[in-house]
Design a protein around this ligand. Structure first.
Ligand SMILES: [Zn+2]
Length: 360
């Protein structure tokens, strides 16, 4: 369905992501102000590979919602999947407005918040979830969620019920081969990853922020799928949903040190004064102190930018998943406040959900 649209003009009811990864290897979309923007594929090379270009990700409209779909997962008719976005829903956020239009009473923004947050009511969240699950055709499915703790803990979902709600298990990845089960992950900057083993018809949903990425949670999830289902990495397609991009994700020396120590190719994912940060001590104010400037006049502490999409892509590829089968939406949650919640940008914000299930 999606593949057949790859080379046709966009239909009116779909908004195509013009920032979709190019040729299955580009990591970030073109309107993101990033260092990678300078490294565009030369036109000649680009034309030569046009035939291999994957279908773009799709923002499918359903009711008032927009569901982001990966072309590789949408091809598998035995499963349903989707990444929720911000617009629609019944939750209300005070609309942002500048001083110039302060006199106008801004209408509250209606958003699809899918997480229980302090600013939103439980009733709204449950109604939003109901709409999201309905949009996926998953209203009758058994929904499974975890209490996410930025770990590398993977849970197998079998025919038996897992405790949910307040008693939900702690962990950051779910795997199953059970039809009728909807695996869900919540995020608001961290990278949501969905996997499908197209041969054994098994699936996974993974929550991978910097801590999960550093612990290789995606690779460990693949390993667990191999153990439980006989999954081979070459049969897996991976969808990396919207998360904070390398353009916006500032990290300090602690993250730089951890990634540099754990991954030989960490320099590929980090930009900025990496060496200085790697060699700095644990005092976050080391530079202002050294330069002896009065408070408020010190230069900002040095920071690097981390590309979590590139890191997770490399981790999955290193585990044997074909690079052409690892697709990223190309969306940065912090850049696209119109479409996504971003904890880094807003702090008090909503939660999006990535969901995948095997149809009964
Ligand atoms: Zn960004």
């Amino acid at each position: 369905m999606v593949a057949s649209n790859a080379n046709s003009a966009p239909q009116r009811d779909y908004t195509y992501n013009d920032c979709a990864p190019r040729f299955g290897v580009s990591l970030e979309h073109s309107n993101m102000p990033t260092r990678l923007a300078k490294k565009k594929v030369p036109p000649r090379k680009a034309r030569a590979k046009t035939l291999d270009r994957p279908a773009p990700w799709k923002l499918r409209r359903s009711g008032g919602l927009q569901i982001l779909e990966s072309p590789s997962l949408a091809r598998s008719t035995w499963l349903t999947h989707g990444f929720s976005t911000r617009p629609g829903g019944v939750s209300e956020r005070a609309a942002n407005h500048s001083a110039s239009d302060a006199k106008q009473q801004p209408a509250a923004e209606k958003v699809l918040n899918l997480g229980f947050t302090d600013w939103d009511s439980r009733g709204h969240v449950l109604q939003n979830r109901g709409e999201f699950f309905a949009a996926l055709g998953a209203s009758k499915m058994r929904v499974v969620a975890l209490r996410q703790i930025h770990s590398d803990i993977v849970h197998l979902v079998s025919a038996a019920d897992l405790p949910q709600g307040e008693q939900a298990l702690q962990g950051d990845a779910l795997i199953t081969r059970e039809p009728g089960v909807l695996l869900t992950i919540q995020s608001a900057d961290c990278i949501p990853i969905l996997l499908a083993d197209t041969k054994h018809r098994a699936i996974a949903a993974i929550h991978s922020g910097w801590r999960g990425t550093a612990q290789r949670v995606a690779e460990k999830t693949l390993g667990r799928m191999q153990m439980e289902f006989g999954t081979r990495a070459q049969d897996v397609v991976a969808a990396l949903g919207p998360g904070i991009g390398g353009c916006c994700y500032e990290v300090g020396h602690d993250v730089v040190k951890e990634f540099s120590a754990k991954f030989p190719n960490a320099p590929d994912w980090l930009t900025g004064p990496i060496d200085a940060l790697e060699n700095s001590d644990d005092d976050p104010n080391w530079l202002p102190w050294l330069t002896m400037r009065p408070p408020g006049h010190a230069p900002p502490a040095p920071c690097a930018h981390l590309d979590l999409i590139a890191a997770n892509r490399a981790i999955l590829a290193g585990a044997g998943v074909a690079r052409k089968d690892i697709l990223s939406s190309g969306f940065c949650t912090a850049c696209r406040g119109d479409l996504f919640f971003s904890y880094r940008r807003e702090h008090s914000t909503g939660r999006m959900m990535a969901a995948i299930g095997i149809r009964s």
